[in-house]
Design a protein around this ligand. Structure first.
Ligand code: G6Q
Length: 541
């Protein structure tokens, strides 16, 4: 039996369109010199070129009709007005309220008042830290800040602090996420505890890795400054009581709320390390950039709506062409963490196999999202993108203007970015490859022997996203763009983008295994592989 989604006329129409239409990108470009103009959307500091995709005007019309049929407009309204769209946790997902400039009511209360209060607290604290007015227990100004957090309490701020490095002030901001002692040692190595402040960022304040790391850092700080080590801590959490219990003073606890999902939380006090690094004005500029994207997402017609178009293209390739992967390729070294950030945003949000109502789906949901910066990737995995057996739709991201003073370097970046999407689209036919080798003077037998290796199939779809420059506003808009893309896809697929039950099982099992590792006798309570591995690493075999 097919599901509500796949039995929709809008879905069937797309399936028919896919079956009966030839999508040849070279031909589509040849047939319409206006293709770039027709298939670009600009919004604020961003431009999306989606002309190198398997789409015609009819495709876009049918995809938009699918979004209509899934009531995307209604769901967007529900999301932004605080309905409990996270049905399995019975919570709203109100990250847009964190950057709104109008009241957002939740249970008869305007939550933006709380946002404004915590923002003011963030400003006071980050200003005092950045100016050197706030001092450590031994009277010295802070030079280094460590954010201790993982997942949603790490990836967003780490991305933004790196992306906005040209805006950074005097403080060095470090990120400690992994419980791996090597990570802990690598971060604290070379830091002076007397001038180091730690922000413990944990929504629940119960995450094993974060609390283990926070305790280790506390011991390291206490060793240097004694019992006043509490003056070297701040906390960002929705569990104020637990942060207090850890010994952090109320004035240093920055609250956020259960209506903010972890991976959507960098706009809340989780963004404190961003404010510390680049200043509160820049953090607020990020929020403004995101708000511009929120307004665009909520109001632009689907076919002119950047996040909706990106979402629909993902559905088009995943569900109608069977493409199981999606690459994100920033041509900007400062965005090197963006693929990691998006892996969580996309795969934790939409890596689901049952609908909101608990029905198994009979279509594909989230693809594998991966990537790395260009041009580095060109010298590593692009071979597969060009000539491998799988077609991987990709987002190329690049800035018009760099922040550095090496124009020739930027020109090379731009040239490579555009060359790759052109090459993926055009490919190289046997005739072109033959003519090229013949012109090089190769003997004809050699030309024929090498020919199959020199052919590029082409017709490989890509989007290009162009930012004016990697400013706080543009970064905010870019992140919000993907947040809304992910939400729009969740609406099409009918899944809850805001829970993550899939991470629970492993956590529970780790709690069970931890004491077994320390036990003296061989373990028998698991399968033979798990027992064997525990015993082997514990020296019991
Ligand atoms: C995000 C996830 C997850 C979460 C971390 C850290 O949406 O829920 O990545 O952010 O597990 O959780 P805490 O902030 O509660 O420590």
């Amino acid at each position: 039996m097919s599901s509500t989604l796949t039995s929709l006329p809008a879905w069937q129409a797309l399936a028919d369109h896919q079956r009966t239409t030839r999508f040849d990108l070279r031909e589509l470009f040849a047939a319409n010199p206006q293709r770039f103009e027709r298939h670009t959307i600009s919004q604020g500091e961003l431009l999306l070129d989606y002309s190198k995709h398997y789409v015609t005007a009819e495709t876009m019309r049918l995809l938009a009709a699918l979004a209509e049929a899934r009531d995307l407009r209604g769901w967007t309204r529900r999301l932004m007005s605080g309905e409990r769209v996270n049905v399995t946790e019975d919570r709203p997902a109100l990250h847009t309220a964190l950057r709104a400039n109008r009241p957002v009511m939740l249970d008869a209360r305007d939550v933006t008042q709380d946002v404004v209060r915590v923002r003011a607290q963030m400003r006071r604290f980050s200003d005092a830290l950045r100016s050197g007015a706030l001092k450590g227990a031994t009277g010295r100004a802070f030079t280094d800040v460590i954010n201790i957090g993982i997942g949603g309490s790490d990836l967003g701020p780490a991305l933004a602090v790196e992306a906005l490095a040209p805006y950074a002030g005097p403080l060095r901001v470090h990120f400690m996420s992994n419980v791996d002692g090597a990570h802990v040692e690598a971060v604290i190595k070379g830091l002076d505890p007397e001038t180091t402040l730690a922000i413990v960022a944990s929504k629940t304040f119960s995450t094993q890795e974060t609390l283990t790391n926070a305790n280790t850092v506390r011991a390291w700080l206490a060793n240097a400054v004694g019992e006043r080590s509490g003056e070297h801590f701040a906390a960002v959490t929705a569990n104020v009581k637990a942060a207090h219990g850890f010994g952090i003073d109320d004035s240093r606890i920055f609250e956020f709320w259960d209506w903010v999902g972890g991976r959507y939380s960098l706009w809340s006090a989780v963004g404190l390390p961003i404010a510390v690094a680049v200043g509160m004005d820049a953090f607020e500029a990020m929020c403004e950039g995101a708000r511009g994207m929120d307004e665009h997402f909520a109001s632009a017609p689907f076919e002119r709506n950047m996040p909706v178009v990106m979402a629909l293209l993902g559905v088009w390739y995943g569900d109608f062409f069977g493409r199981g992967a999606h690459a994100v390729l920033p041509y900007d070294m400062r965005l090197k963490r963006f693929p990691d950030y998006l892996q969580q945003l996309e795969m934790e949000s939409n890596g689901k196999r049952v609908t909101r109502e608990g029905e198994p789906v009979d279509y594909d949901t989230c693809p594998v999202v991966w990537g790395a910066p260009g041009t580095n990737g060109q010298h590593a995995f692009y071979q597969m993108l060009h000539q491998g057996t799988q077609i991987v739709p990709a987002d190329f991201i690049v800035c018009c203007k760099p922040h550095h003073a090496l124009p020739q370097h930027h020109a090379i970046m731009l040239a490579n970015c555009f060359a790759q999407t052109e090459a993926l689209m055009r490919g190289k036919t046997p005739e072109e490859a033959r003519a090229e080798m013949t012109a090089q003077g190769l003997p004809s037998a050699e030309v024929e022997r090498l020919l199959p290796h020199k052919v590029f199939p082409g017709n490989r779809p890509t989007s290009t996203l162009v930012l004016d420059a990697l400013t706080p506003r543009a970064l905010g808009a870019l992140i919000a763009l993907y947040e809304h893309k992910v939400f729009a896809q969740s609406v099409i697929w009918g899944v809850n983008a805001f829970d993550q039950w899939g991470v629970e099982l492993g956590k529970k099992l780790a709690d069970r295994i931890l004491p077994e590792l320390a036990g003296a006798s061989p373990v028998t309570s698991h399968d033979s592989s798990t027992n064997g591995l525990i015993d082997y690493t514990g020296g019991k075999r």
